[in-house]
Design a protein around this ligand. Sequence first.
Ligand SMILES: [Zn+2]
Length: 54
Amino acid sequence: MCLICVDFQKGRMNMLDARRAIGEMREKIGEEHTREVVKMLDEADRNDRDKSDD
Ligand SMILES: [Zn+2]
């Protein structure tokens, strides 16, 4: 967990901000967590698209 996870899940950060933040936070949170955050964002993105489809 990092600031991006917390803020994104609480809705204080939108998809665009989170993706921008991951580039800046990458070195701080490490490659492993960076992958986890990117995965989380991709899944949230996919869920959003699924929802707007119906
Ligand atoms: Zn995190």
